[in-house]
Design a protein around this ligand. Structure first.
Ligand code: SAH
Length: 414
């Protein structure tokens, strides 16, 4: 059975979706927007209220509804963070008022995110909360510079440990050193000297490879590699600070020598010079919402940036489809509509029985993606039909087509 996080305070009434309130604890991933899960984007697209922690990349709020209430509860600009009880009290207030609430945390909500405490407090108040896992920084940050946290030649396991020392007290560094497993330290930067000292005192070799990765998977990602004996000095010299993950153990020797900032920086720089070369063909049922279309399009885009979209295209029977119009208006995208005859003239690889029955064509999204490109004959599909929540999306690139137009114009002029 699929357990949906329906808050018990408002009993779900069959057939009345609007009466449901839901509570989610969501992991936003380590920073790179593309490392958030599809499940998280879907929950964000439904939430009335989103309470956001400070380590969350604000760019993920693009998946929120335009009218969602966004509340930042983390430490920002030197202001103290909202106390834990205050956050839970806010969540309960909104839930009691019938609003669905998403609590958005960096990485994974159950890894050093106090998500466990929030779940307990909500349970105590009779609220069931849906957990949406995220990619934790302890795995993503090492991976961003090529370090696998386990490797059969180096470590049989990995220990995630806090360097903070608060709450449950100081970790037993001597015992941890004895495990010979990879140590991944969260919140360890301020006490790095003490941690390194304790490990050396416990007999860990001074030549054990170490890495610190700051702001992993973000454009500003930086890292330091050194042996344990020199690690604390090297980190200080480089001026590395929070948020950073520290990796101690043989696997750190696998770091790529010239690891560049992760894919997010590529994405960011490509966004900066985004060329509008994509045509997005969309097929959807009646009354599909703008949010559903948006999620399906983002899923189909993969590593391409939203800003690369030049055109959205569909069949002319969708001229009054409100969700589609709202989606285009929201992003100032041009919508091109094509007739059944135009669409039928383009063959599709896998004809759809449903499209044939309802619209009299073999498929909508792929032909429309091609037709939406400036010169359909020279455009090519870069994403074949994908289906998400009943929305079909295909993407064509107009890059070659644009060059052809330039050539045609030149020919006209000459
Ligand atoms: N729930 C989060 C961890 C929260 S504790 C997760 O699963 O990732 C906060 C600590 O996480 C920071 O002090 C830092 O050690 C680590 N961290 C979070 N995001 C990071 C990032 N992008 N790069 C490096 N470390 C990060």
């Amino acid at each position: 059975m699929v357990r949906v996080g329906v808050a018990r305070i408002v009993p779900a009434v069959h057939g009345q979706r609007a009466a449901m309130t839901r509570a989610w604890l969501i992991g936003a991933g380590p920073g790179d927007v593309e490392l958030i899960t599809l499940k998280a984007t879907r929950a964000l697209a439904q939430a009335d209220v989103i309470l956001v922690d400070n380590l969350v990349n604000p760019d993920v709020l693009q998946f929120a509804r335009a009218d969602a209430l966004i509340v930042h509860v983390g430490k920002r600009g030197g202001h103290p963070s909202t106390p834990q009880e205050g956050i839970v009290a806010q969540m309960l207030d909104h839930l009691n008022a019938g609003r669905s609430v998403a609590r958005l945390k960096g990485g994974d909500p159950f890894v050093f995110g106090r998500g466990g405490e929030e779940q307990q407090a909500l349970h105590a108040a009779g609220i069931e909360v849906e957990i949406v896992s995220g990619i934790t920084a302890g795995i993503a940050a090492p991976a961003a510079i090529g370090i696998p946290v386990t490797h059969r030649d180096h470590a049989q396991g990995v220990v995630f440990v806090t360097g903070h020392g608060a709450g449950s007290g100081e970790p037993d560094w001597g015992a941890l050193a004895a495990t010979r497993m990879t140590l991944v330290v969260y919140m360890g930067m301020r006490r790095l000297n003490d941690i390194v000292g304790a490990l050396l005192a416990a007999g860990m070799h001074a030549d054990t490879p170490c890495a610190a990765i700051e702001s992993a998977t973000r454009p500003e990602q930086r890292h330091v590699l050194a042996t344990l004996g020199e690690f604390a000095d090297a980190v200080t010299r480089a001026g590395l600070g929070s948020p950073a993950i520290v990796v101690i153990g043989g696997v750190a020797s696998l770091a790529l020598a010239r690891a560049a900032a992760a894919s997010s920086s590529d994405a960011a720089s490509s966004q900066g010079r985004a060329m509008k070369t994509l045509s997005v063909g969309i097929g959807c049922r009646l009354h599909t919402s703008a949010d559903e279309i948006e999620i399906a399009v983002r899923a189909a885009l993969g590593s391409h940036a939203f800003e690369e979209i030049a055109t959205v295209a569909s069949i002319e029977t969708k001229a009054d489809e409100r969700g589609l119009l709202e989606f285009c208006a929201r992003h100032a995208l041009r919508l091109k509509l094509f007739s059944r005859e135009q669409i039928a003239a383009i063959s599709v690889e896998e004809p759809s029985a449903a499209a044939r029955e309802h619209l009299g064509v073999d498929g909508v999204c792929e032909p429309c993606a091609l037709l939406g490109a400036s010169v359909a004959r020279t455009a090519h599909l870069i994403a074949r039909k994908t289906v998400y929540a009943g929305v079909t999306v295909a993407i064509a690139s107009t890059e070659r087509a644009q060059r052809n137009i330039a050539t045609l114009i030149q020919q006209d002029l000459s």
